[in-house]
Design a binder for this molecule. Structure first.
Ligand code: FAD
Length: 499
């Protein structure tokens, strides 16, 4: 007799929704988390009088009451939506290249096109065609992959078939000639993790479609409030969670999974494990080598770790307007590079003139930080490898040199910001590695190169009976995809158990 029907390893987004969905259906579920709070990336931390949001900049998939998005429906199914307050972020983003361009886009297709056409009148037709294409592609994709149309043929979905395997850069080059417009349109790659010449067009199209159609949101209280609400729902269904309690081993017998050993040495019996940890850690650390089929190693060798993040978490002693911040989300570009040079730069240790995104949480929610203050975060993407090679004695120097470089660039847009910093914390790839347990601090799982893009993802299954995956490693990264991935993994386990 097993102690638990299922043990879930990791209380990141997917681990939490998997746990809640299985407990909701009556399974006896234990959730193990090595950190002392739930959420994984979806957490917060305190410095001085600020509670800093770790990761969430813009939440997709929520939609409005009239036009609910897929994530809203999923959170309603879990009974969590009603426990949370979602704050709509009015704009899509601002993109600024100091002295060159400054564009503000709203979550409205007509405004987006008109604003871009105002800046680039010669590209009027291409702009219209590009956004029509993003819409047509995304609606065809939803019909096939979300609504599972059984008659998905090339004739019925010509746009999906034509563009599914094109890179963002190929599509952008076919629509525009001005390099500045190309850089502005593709700036969302800063959320997606790969420069446009490596990024599947599908991701760019869906991101524009999704944020315009279903709007962008934040959560009152930050992503930690959402993580707490999901875990509380799980507990209300009889689930059990242990913090400061990592899984150290997944035990496997001749008939598949038969238990988990915690880092404290306790052995727990179960026939099912859902791993929210990376497959790299799951296969190489949690499982004994004899249980891992060769095919797993071959497949993992063909994939690359995604980049990590370098983030300045800043508490300002003034309101956003006092330093000229008027937007929730601002991309700050130093050049119009969109190709391999960008990818190479992400592999350099030091942040120089990398693309950065500034989020100010108080624009949509003035109460996000104490009265008269504001909370902003400034992020860029960096691979973890150079940070792993850095001698520990150089760590703090390098960390603050990069932070200083980022502030220097930011000052070109907001000249007074440095003087108003009351609290500053800097997160490097090593910080993410420490808190998430992911190799090289990867925050987006495996790289979503064309060959590994959403059309080819492995999903939550594994070759070991009873072992499932649910995370940004098994599917797409991001809040919405991972929250949904947990529900999908729960469905697979429930189906197998006939529950
Ligand atoms: C700085 C930053 C900014 C981001 N911005 C956005 C954004 O604006 N919008 C967006 O959609 N996405 C964003 N993301 C990405 C998004 O946050 C992640 O893709 C998503 O949260 C990952 O969820 P996950 O379910 O894969 O789990 P993770 O968040 O990766 O969490 C995994 C959990 O497993 C635990 N764990 C690992 N090993 C063990 C073990 N052996 N035993 C027990 N527990 C274990 C870890 O402690 C962790 O809690 C951002 C991420 C970061 C870091």
């Amino acid at each position: 007799m097993a102690d638990y029907d299922v043990v879930v390893v990791g209380a990141g987004n997917a681990g939490m929704t998997a746990s809640a969905a299985m407990a909701q259906k009556g399974l006896k579920v234990l959730l193990l988390e090595k950190h002392n709070i739930p959420g994984g990336c979806g957490t917060s931390f305190c410095r001085g009088r600020f509670e800093f949001e770790v990761a969430l900049h813009q939440l997709s998939g929520i939609g409005t009451a009239e036009n609910p998005g897929p994530l809203q429906m999923m959170l309603r199914d879990l009974g969590v939506f009603e426990d949370l307050e979602f704050v709509e972020i009015p704009e899509l983003f601002r993109v600024v290249m100091p002295g060159t361009i400054d564009v503000r886009l709203e979550t409205n297709k007509e405004q987006v096109m008109a604003e871009l056409q105002g800046h680039f009148p010669k590209e009027k037709e291409g702009i219209e065609k590009f956004f029509d294409l993003c819409y047509a592609f995304s609606t065809q994709m939803l019909s096939v992959f979300y609504f599972n149309d059984p008659d998905a043929t090339r004739e019925k979905y010509p746009i999906l078939y034509e563009y599914a395997f094109k890179t963002s850069q190929e599509v952008i080059d076919a629509h525009f000639s001005d390099p500045l417009l190309k850089a502005v349109i593709s700036v969302y790659w800063g959320y997606l993790g790969l420069p446009p010449n490596r990024l599947s067009f599908a991701y760019l199209a869906i991101l524009y479609f999704s944020f315009i159609e279903f709007k962008a949101f934040h959560v009152k209280g930050g992503s930690q409030a959402m993580s707490n609400a999901i875990v509380n729902k799980f507990l209300s269904h009889g689930g059990e969670v242990r913090f400061n309690c990592g899984a150290q081993k997944i035990l496997v017998g001749s008939d598949g999974v038969n238990g988990v050993v915690t880092e404290h040495g306790e052995e727990i019996s179960t026939r099912y494990v859902v791993s929210n940890a990376s497959p790299v850690a799951t296969y190489l650390q949690l499982l004994d080598p004899e249980h891992v089929p060769d095919q797993v190693h071959t497949e993992m060798r063909g994939r690359s770790l995604s980049m990590s993040g370098f983030t300045l978490y800043m508490g300002l002693d003034c309101e956003p307007g006092d330093v000229g911040i008027e937007d929730s989300t601002s991309f700050v570009m130093s050049n119009t590079e969109t190709g391999d040079k960008v990818y190479d730069q992400m592999q350099q240790l030091r942040v120089e003139d990398d693309l950065m995104v500034l989020s100010c949480y108080n624009i949509a929610d003035p109460d996000f930080s104490p009265k008269g203050t504001s909370q902003v975060s400034l992020v860029t993407l960096k691979f973890g490898e150079p940070w792993l090679r850095l001698p520990p004695t150089d760590y703090f120097r390098e960390k603050y040199l990069s932070a200083d470089n980022m502030l220097r660039t930011l000052e070109k847009v907001y000249p007074d910001i440095r003087d108003r910093i009351e609290e500053l914390e800097v997160g490097t790839p090593l910080t993410h590695m420490r808190y998430l347990g992911h190799p090289a601090g990867s925050i987006y799982g495996f790289q979503q190169q064309m060959k590994d893009s959403l059309f080819f993802q492995p999903g939550g299954e594994s070759p070991i009976k009873g072992l499932y995956f649910a995370s940004g490693w098994a599917g797409d990264p991001g809040f919405q995809p991972t929250l949904e991935a947990g529900k999908a993994a729960a469905k697979s386990v429930l189906k197998e158990l006939g529950a």
